[in-house]
Ligand binder design. Structure first.
Ligand SMILES: [Zn+2]
Length: 216
C-alpha cells in the first residue's frame, strides 16, 4: 500500500524513529488501518519508525498519532519491564560497588545499567512537534501521562502495573492505596506496598484503613 504524506521531520531527526528515538528503518502509515482514516483527528500521514515500534503500530488499532504513541510507550514499558526495574532496585553506584561474585553477575553489572538507561530513554522519548507541510497537527485530549522516578508512563494505571511486576507487589493493595492517597503520594504507596507482600483480604483492608486514616 502507498504511504501517506510524510510528517515534517526536523533536520537533526532525519532517520530517527518518532516513537522511541532509535534509528528508523522504515515508515509506517498512521492510522495503520484504512478503516480508521475517518476517525483520526488529523490527515492520514506516515512517520519514520524503527522495526520494533512499527510492529506495535501494526497491531495497535488506534486512530490518532497521539494514541499510537501511547500504545508504543505502553508496549515498550511492558517489554522492558525487567530492564527498567534495574533502576528501581539499584543505583548505578550500588551496582558498581556490589560484592556479588561470579562471572554471571559480572556480566550483569557491566550491561545492566546500560540496558536500564537505553530502555528508559526510549520510553521517555517525546519526539518532536508534529506538523504536516508546516501545519501543526490537531492534538487530541491527551489523557495525562504520569512520571515517577525518572520514567514517564502512559498513565498512573500503567505505572501501577509496572511496579507490581517490578517489586512483586500485592496486585490489589497498591491500586487501592493510590486510589485513596492520590497519585502525588505514589512513592509512599509503593513503599507501603513493599512492606506487605503477602496479605490476606482482611489485612489488606486494615492496612488501607490505617494508612488513609493517618493521611487524613
Ligand atoms: Zn522505535
Amino acid at each position: 500500500m502507498a504511504n501517506y504524506s510524510q510528517i515534517d521531520i526536523p533536520f537533526d531527526a532525519r532517520y530517527t524513529c518518532l516513537f522511541c528515538g532509535e534509528p528508523s528503518s522504515d515508515v509506517v502509515n498512521i492510522p495503520f488501518s484504512v478503516d480508521d482514516i475517518n476517525k483520526a483527528p488529523h490527515e492520514p500521514l506516515s512517520v519514520p519508525t524503527c522495526t520494533e515500534c512499527q510492529l506495535v503500530v501494526k497491531k495497535a488499532r488506534c486512530q490518532s498519532i497521539h494514541q499510537y504513541r501511547n500504545a508504543v510507550k505502553a508496549a515498550l514499558t511492558r517489554k522492558y519491564q525487567k530492564a527498567l526495574s534495574i533502576g528501581s532496585n539499584w543505583t548505578e553506584q550500588e551496582l558498581q560497588e556490589s560484592e556479588f561474585e561470579g562471572a554471571a553477575f559480572e556480566g550483569f553489572k557491566r550491561s545492566a545499567w546500560m540496558m536500564y538507561t537505553i530502555a528508559k530513554e526510549r520510553i521517555n522519548y517525546s519526539g518532536w512537534p508534529l506538523s504536516l507541510d508546516g501545519v501543526p497537527l490537531a492534538a487530541d485530549e491527551e489523557a495525562g501521562g504520569f512520571k515517577f522516578d525518572g520514567t514517564e508512563f502512559v498513565s498512573v494505571e500503567h505505572a501501577i502495573e509496572h511496579y507490581i511486576k517490578t517489586f512483586h507487589l500485592d496486585a490489589i493493595l497498591l491500586p487501592e492505596l493510590v486510589k485513596y492517597l492520590g497519585k502525588d503520594k505514589f512513592g509512599y504507596a509503593v513503599r507501603v506496598s513493599r512492606l506487605y507482600l503477602n496479605v490476606s483480604a482482611a489485612e489488606r483492608t486494615q492496612i488501607v484503613a490505617d494508612i488513609v486514616e493517618r493521611q487524613a
